[in-house]
Design a protein around this ligand. Structure first.
Ligand code: S3P
Length: 413
């Protein structure tokens, strides 16, 4: 895929729906009593993997134009669950299935087959679940077993791990408490509460008791992790407006980074939709300065780090990112893949054990980038190339369909 150089990039954008919220809206409604309509859903490959798994478990999931209609079931059947590239599908479903006392086998594509699953299996075993992994990775097998609530301290601040435990706890006797080292995104807690679950949050702990769910309609906001590419293009090359973007405070680390990098932006039309804060985000061309980021902020911007690294490559001064070792176990090793991507377009990025050191250059030549079949590397690279002197090319560019179908068209390619 060729990406042209842009001296100017401005416009108003309708970004696709939030991936995390779409996964949850399909999955939780499929496990609930009643029928729900999910509007603004992301129909990318990852969320379609969730839809297919929920059908295999016995729910009805129909795509109707840009919406998804779900008829839930409280009795899952034994199933083979192919999760494609989607870590969220596999990890959340491991918990949900464990709480429903059925047998299921989970598999995924080559990238997902290489990702750690003991981080979920191990805390689920503390509730009584019977789970086997394959050297810590997929295939994963969950066997029917009764669960009992307990207290779990998670080792990593991961919404996927936290959500898996909470979903299992819905089917466990007694109360379960999950405490994280740092608070991760809380879409699960918000949606389960709206569906009638007995769940409450206190600091970095979430408490839940055995509960049944009732279906709720969900209006999915645009995904800030996808909007971020167009927000960044506004900061680098013009003025962009992304409409109807989810601005849940557990997702807006990118705005804190904008503040610190001197990016000028404004939130307009702030409101709450289906229990999630939403706003339009306008970003103006800015003179970027370097930034240092450490562990505390990572859960709030984990998916934006390859893009933030690109912004740092265009900023004045040296940026240092630490405490981001989770990047190594994403869809690719994103520390290595990001550093190679920035170097391939003429930037100066040194990978470290837990992040990067980036010496900003203000202007990059462009070049040929390898996406490593990772959607976020492809899109961050596309932003870097669009802002570069000559533009360039992206290898295995199709992977953007995982989270952002239509990305290159919106970019004008
Ligand atoms: C997600 C949580 C994050 C994120 C992923 C989606 C979710 O993963 O990287 O893209 O929907 O819960 P971790 O929770 O493992 O950090």
């Amino acid at each position: 895929m060729k990406i042209g150089s842009r001296k100017e990039f401005s416009g108003e954008f309708r970004i696709p729906g939030d991936k995390s919220i779409t996964h949850r809206a399909i999955m939780f409604n499929a496990a609930a009593r009643g029928e729900a309509l999910i509007t603004g859903a992301l129909l990318g490959e990852d969320c379609l993997s969730t839809a297919a798994c929920m059908r295999a478990l016995g729910a009805r999931v129909d795509i109707e134009g840009g919406s998804v209609r779900v008829r839930g079931t409280e009795e899952f059947c034994d199933a083979q669950l192919y999760c494609g590239n989607s870590g969220t599908t596999m990890r959340l479903l491991m918990g949900l299935v464990a709480g429903r006392a059925i047998n299921a086998e989970f598999t995924g594509d080559p990238s997902l087959s290489n990702r750690p699953m003991e981080r979920v299996a191990s805390p689920l075993r503390a509730l009584g679940a019977e789970i086997t992994t394959t050297d810590g990775k997929p295939p994963v097998r969950v066997h029917a077993a009764p669960l009992t609530g307990t207290k779990v301290d998670t080792k990593v601040a991961s919404a996927q791990v936290k959500s898996a435990i909470l979903l299992a706890a819905l089917g466990a006797d007694g109360e379960t408490t999950v405490t994280e080292p740092l608070k991760s995104r809380d879409h699960t807690e918000r949606m389960l509460a709206a569906m009638g679950a007995d769940i409450w949050q206190k600091g970095t702990s979430v408490h839940v008791r055995k509960s049944r769910l009732h279906a709720v309609d969900v209006e999915v906001p645009a995904d800030i992790s996808s909007a971020a590419y167009f927000m960044a293009l506004g900061a680098l090359r013009g003025e962009t407006l992304c409409k109807n973007v989810g601005v849940n405070p557990t997702r807006t680390g990118i705005l804190q980074v904008f503040d610190r990098m001197n990016v000028r932006y404004r939130l307009e039309n702030e409101r709450t939709v289906c229990g999630e804060p939403v706003a339009d985000i306008r970003v103006y061309r800015s003179d970027l300065r370097s930034v240092s980021l450490s562990r505390e902020i990572m859960p709030l911007l984990i998916d934006e780090l390859p893009l933030i690294a690109v912004l740092c490559a265009y900023a004045d001064g040296e940026s240092v990112i630490t405490g981001a070792e989770e990047l190594k176990v994403k869809e690719s090793d994103r520390i290595a893949a990001t550093a190679s991507m920035i170097r391939a377009m003429g930037g100066d990025c040194t990978p470290t054990a837990d992040g990067f050191i980036i010496r900003g250059k203000r202007s990059l030549a462009g070049g040929a980038i390898d996406s490593c079949k990772d959607h976020r590397i492809a899109m961050s690279g596309a932003v870097g190339l669009a802002a570069s002197e000559r533009g360039g090319e992206i290898k295995d560019a199709d992977c953007v369909n995982i989270s952002f179908p239509g990305f290159y068209e919106m970019l004008g390619e």
